[in-house]
Design a protein around this ligand. Structure first.
Ligand code: MN
Length: 158
């Protein structure tokens, strides 16, 4: 049996200070792969809370950084909590800022970019059981992303 203090099943409050949370470590965004820059992850309400069907994570991208260009079957519910930036939703690009919401539907190629000289921090809520992200190859990008403004904007795996 795990002795992790969060697995007791009790209701609780986890205090926050300055975009960090008591007892919750800052992690690498992903432990493998390329195509992302200056982004960190906090697993807020995830595996330590086995009762939950949704996992709530906080991602923060430093100015100039970006998340992977990726797609997957599971959807994302996103709420911006810090700063501003942009999100690419396949053939659309949107500027996003504090408290804006983003719904990313299954299969949409997406990427977050902190391109406004500011960090971009957001909550991202996902299903507990979900498929792994896929990084689109050049062919798929060519097929699916038609807008030349987006073609030049996306950051790809190296
Ligand atoms: Mn994703």
């Amino acid at each position: 049996m795990s002795h992790n203090k969060n697995k007791s099943g009790r209701s609780k409050v986890i205090k926050s200070k300055n975009y960090s949370w008591e007892g919750i470590d800052k992690h690498q965004y992903k432990t493998k792969g390329t195509g992302f820059k200056d982004i960190h992850r906090y697993s807020l309400l995830t595996d330590d809370f086995p009762e939950l069907n949704a996992h709530t994570r906080y991602f923060e991208i430093q100015a100039g950084g970006y998340s992977s260009l990726e797609f997957h079957r599971h959807p994302h519910s996103v709420i911006v909590l810090r700063g501003s930036g942009s999100v690419i939703l396949e053939n659309e690009i949107h500027e996003i800022g504090l408290h804006d919401l983003v719904f990313i539907s299954p299969g949409t190629i997406h990427q977050f970019q902190a391109d406004k000289n500011s960090p971009l921090g957001f909550l991202c809520i996902v299903d507990r059981y979900r498929d792994k992200p896929v990084l689109p190859d050049e062919n798929l990008i060519e097929q699916r992303i038609k807008d030349p403004r987006i073609k030049v904007k996306i950051k790809k795996k190296s």
